[in-house]
Design a protein around this ligand. Sequence first.
Ligand code: PRP
Ligand code: URA
Length: 212
Amino acid sequence: MQDMNNVTIFTHPLIQHKISTLRCVETGSKLFRELVEEIAMLMSYEVFRDLPTEELEIETPICKTVAPFIKGKKMAIVPILRAGLGMVNGIQALIPSAKVGHIGLYRDPETHEPHEYYCKLPDSIDQREVYVLDPMLATGGSAEAAISFIKERGCTNIKFLCIIAAPTGIERLHSAHPDVHIYCGHVDEGLNEHCYIVPGLGDAGDRIFGTK
Ligand code: PRP
Ligand code: URA
């Protein structure tokens, strides 16, 4: 794991191997979905490393003892539709109590700027620690807009998880929301003329849902 300037990059070989398989053009939708879920689960293992625990009394078949349990923390995970949906199950498998909100954004094909079409967030979102999910951070426009919507609802504790990021996206997100820590599987070279990440993996939403 590499930590610098509010960005954590996951260098673990299991994560890197799965990201490399995601990139392959011959990886079909079923395997692609499974990998996105597995990568999200492996990332969250590290993201949630510092969750507070409390000692509770329990009884084993042998005797009474005290053992650590995760302290009831209010959490929400918010996938950016569509592609962020692919990461939800992997995280919920580890944190089943997290509430799930949804923000629907699509990038205008000409301007590459995001347009909102849906937003439904859990009750008392302002009191929760919020984890925004999207496999791709390209120009950073979608992540910036999604986090602005969440902040407008009073949230102050937000983190962003992506699988592949372009340096431009990291810079844009940092300058718009310097308080938001970015967790990322890999930082790629840059963007092409259509604002796709290079080498990237193509269109994450299309590959997850088999729409192209
Ligand atoms: C993709 C991706 C991000 C966004 C990243 O979504 O899932 O949300 O592009 O690009 P950006 O950093 O330049 O904003 P897209 O708009 O293609 O929608 P989809 O998930 O429905 O395919
Ligand atoms: N959205 C994607 O799905 N892929 C990219 O490379 C850029 C934006």
